[in-house]
Design a protein. Structure first.
Length: 327
């Protein structure tokens, strides 16, 4: 399709009524010739319009699906997780976000390119998300070792299912589960009731280092950290992903303007369309910092990650010099 015709389609779609957009989505869901810009527009429309595109369109690439996971609703994310043949990169992003309903949808998608590590993480999530347990016991990638782990926290019916599939010794596992429960209910040493801030900060630093060493550190983790109000996790993750120092990231988080933080987030792959929401959430638990001086820099236009990283370092250096001069 010519660029001119594609632009005409895009303009019509933006102005069309809901039923017209819905029909257009259904007709283009399997089309290999559909304009990419139009397909992406429909993919971010309301879910009844977006679903056919998200489930089937061959035009959508990994970057398009990752954008949907970050920007769109929970229903859109579920549709992405159910999409046949999604890549390991997209599956990892779903697991990073750790939304229970989306994880459950992913666990039922046997064609998804989930890695062995991804399955392990899903099993770990099933400790707290009961809806994951059933689909995971039937998942073709579930190993015997992971099934044995799940055996400790699933119900009787699923234990029987695991035992039948992997020939697990139910009596032996019953004893192991009992011992584990006893250790929690009647621990041999007094449990610590709290973790001080310094220790929590170090724990989260080690977590980030571990994820980075395993190649599992993603920008999605930073967004999740902000949602969960974990400032230290966000700061360490931003520092590791961007190759920034802790002082540089702290400077951005306490600056009178969000410009430096915007550059840092852009440098690690956080979409500029997501940044305003992330900034608003961050200010709620970071003493309303960074401040609101200056213009909304994210409206200026897109920056490459490399340009954003250079702009971040230059701006932070200037801020640090100014602070030293004031002192």
């Amino acid at each position: 399709m010519s660029p001119v015709l594609g632009e005409i389609f895009l303009t019509l779609a933006r102005r069309a009524e809901r039923e017209v957009r819905k029909a257009l989505s259904e007709s283009l869901a399997h089309a290999e010739w559909a304009p990419a810009a139009l397909v992406n527009l429909l993919a971010l429309d309301e879910i009844e319009i977006a679903r056919p595109i998200l489930e089937c369109s061959p035009i959508l690439q990994d970057d398009d699906l990752l954008r949907v996971l970050i920007e769109a609703s929970l229903e859109h994310q579920i549709a992405v997780a159910r999409r046949p043949g999604i890549s390991g990169r997209v599956a990892d992003a779903v697991i990073d976000q750790a939304e229970p309903a989306v994880l459950t949808a992913l666990s039922t998608n046997h064609s998804a390119g989930i890695s062995v590590e991804g399955v392990r993480r899903l099993v770990e999530h099933s400790r707290r998300i009961a809806a994951l347990r059933g689909p995971l016991t039937r998942h073709p990638l579930l190993t015997e070792a992971l099934a044995e782990q799940m055996y400790q926290w699933v119900g009787t019916a699923l234990r029987q299912s695991i035992a039948a599939r992997f020939n697990v010794d139910e009596q032996a596992f019953g004893t192991a589960v009992h011992a584990a429960v006893e250790g929690i209910v009647r621990p041999t040493a007094p449990a610590r009731t709290s973790v001080d801030q310094g220790e929590r900060d170090e724990m989260e630093r080690r977590l980030i280092n571990k994820l980075q060493a395993a190649g599992q550190l993603r920008a999605g983790l930073l967004i999740r950290a902000v949602r969960e109000k974990r400032l230290s996790l966000f700061a360490h993750g931003l520092s590791a992903l961007g190759g920034f120092t802790d002082d540089q990231v702290r400077g951005a988080l306490s600056a009178p303007s969000p410009e430096a933080l915007y550059y840092a987030c852009t440098a690690v792959g956080i979409d500029r369309a997501v940044f305003p929401t992330l900034l608003a959430e961050l200010r709620k638990f970071n003493e309303f910092l960074p401040g609101d001086q200056g213009e909304p820099f994210w409206l200026r236009g897109a920056l490459s990650p490399g340009s954003a990283a250079r702009a971040f370092k230059a701006l932070i250096a200037a801020i640090q010099v100014e602070q030293r001069n004031v002192v």
